[in-house]
Design a protein. Structure first.
Length: 455
């Protein structure tokens, strides 16, 4: 390599915004309860305890105190309080907790009193987690794990969210990023000292290419997971498709255990997709009832058929429903994972050699076998929460990093060394975006707005 205009790279995080205010909010659910926990975070957290509890107890020990209004000195509640001095706290700031009796009047009175403490204000959604991120207590992937844990509906989603919160992706990406920084430092050093006569340029290029190849391959291996993480977050999509009156709506109601769809003998009753979310063996499954597939002159029904075809193309599994004795139209579902289901076996006997699963949504015959088949397909597609990549944002950033590393790994001997260094810098930057080290400010408001107040 030769001396040239090397790229400038800094591992220092961007400066943090000023956060001189102190936030507070209930960390437990709203409504009548046995206990309400109020969290306080910021430089005035200790002052809040001084004003309401008459002083700060021993750090990190619950203490029984009478809470008083700072102005009137009226008793608000008899509560357990905790003083948590920073920076070794959830947010990295001074924190306090008030464990109140859970009545609505008690909570309202204490929150009003806190609002009167100088420097204190109510927290917005996700404010505590956002401060934890900005203060380096968690990275962005762990913050997303908190959001996923709040939204988890099934066991597999809970397991995946906990792995994310525990830093499974963050630690791996941090290790990849450190390797990338080492490669970039080596490339920059080679640029700066290339004029020295004892520098083995060919050896440096070969070593750089080999390490870039290994890093690229490791990232690609993580990406080659069939998008299990994203699909687990969103749910395994099972579309019920077939001709009108094939029994789709009746089956949806039977599988969901409620009257989610209107059932009628009139063809074309279902015009739009109806979704029902289910927990099947700890896995999230979305059952979708659709309009019957047929040619029609009715403009509204034709739009329903068009939407059915779109849902079929995006489904993880299609249940092709055909009444017993009817003919399956395999041409409707080319290049799609399908399961042939023979319906209405209570009305017509099975015909030998028809194939598929025979069921009756009315009597329940064959439904257990159908659920087992759906669960097996979902298990194969989703796993049990062991995916590393769980969001499209992760996948896009990692794909960019792998593409830049691929150019470094395959660069010919005559490839300009400045461009090699630039590709490495961009790869490191893309890896940094995953954990929230660079270029993520625009997504913070959207992410933390989806959190609960007090989280």
């Amino acid at each position: 390599m030769r001396r040239g205009g090397g790229t400038v790279f800094s591992t220092m995080p961007p400066p943090l915004p000023d956060r001189d205010d102190t936030i507070f909010a209930p960390a437990s659910g709203f409504g009548r309860a046995a206990v309400t926990v109020v969290r306080i975070s910021g430089p005035a957290a200790g002052l809040a305890l001084d004003r309401l509890a008459g002083g700060r107890p021993e750090p990190r020990r619950l203490s029984l105190r009478r809470l008083r209004d700072p102005d009137s000195r009226d008793i608000l509640d008899q509560a357990l309080v905790a003083w948590l001095p920073g920076p070794a706290t959830a947010t990295g700031e001074d924190m306090a907790e008030l464990h109140l009796h859970g009545g609505l009047a008690v909570r309202s009175a204490v929150l009003r009193a806190l609002a009167g403490v100088p420097g204190c204000r109510p927290a917005e959604a996700g404010a505590f987690s956002r401060r934890a991120f900005l203060n380096g207590r968690i990275d962005l992937t762990e913050a997303e794990g908190i959001a996923d844990l709040i939204d988890a509906e099934t066991e597999a989603q809970r397991v995946q969210a906990l792995r994310q919160l525990d830093g499974a992706l963050g630690r791996q990406v941090a290790a990849w990023r450190e390797t990338g920084i080492d490669l970039l430092a080596g490339a920059e050093a080679a640029l700066d000292f290339a004029d020295e006569g004892d520098v083995d340029e060919d050896g440096l290029d070969a070593a750089l290419s080999g390490r870039a190849t290994a890093l690229r391959d490791a990232i690609r291996a993580a990406l080659a997971d069939g998008r299990r993480g994203e699909r687990l977050r969103e749910g395994f999509c099972v579309v019920l498709a077939g001709a009108p009156n094939a029994g789709k709506s009746t089956l949806l109601n039977a599988l969901s255990g409620r009257d989610a769809a209107i059932v009628s003998d009139i063809p074309g009753t279902t015009r739009d997709a109806i979704e029902v979310r289910c927990d099947l063996g700890g896995l999230p499954v979305v059952l979708v009832d659709t309009a019957g597939l047929r040619e029609t002159a009715d403009a509204i029904e034709a739009e329903g058929v068009k939407r059915t075809q779109s849902r079929i193309r995006s489904a993880d599994l299609v249940l092709h429903l055909v009444p017993a004795g009817g003919k399956a139209d395999a041409e409707l579902f080319t290049d799609i994972s399908i399961l042939l289901v023979r319906t209405k076996t209570d009305l017509a006997p099975e015909v030998p050699g028809e194939g598929g699963l025979a069921i009756s949504a009315v009597t329940g015959a064959g439904l257990d076998a159908l659920l087992d088949a759906i669960q097996a397909a979902a298990q194969t597609a989703l796993g049990q929460g062991d995916a590393l990549v769980t969001r499209e944002r992760h996948r896009e950033a990692l794909s960019r990093a792998a593409a830049h590393l691929d150019r470094v790994a395959t660069a010919s001997a005559g490839f300009p060394p400045e461009l090699v260094a630039e590709d490495l810098r961009l790869a490191v930057r893309a890896l940094g975006e995953v954990g929230g080290h660079v270029g993520v400010e625009e997504m913070l408001d959207r992410l933390f707005a989806g959190f609960c107040i007090g989280k």
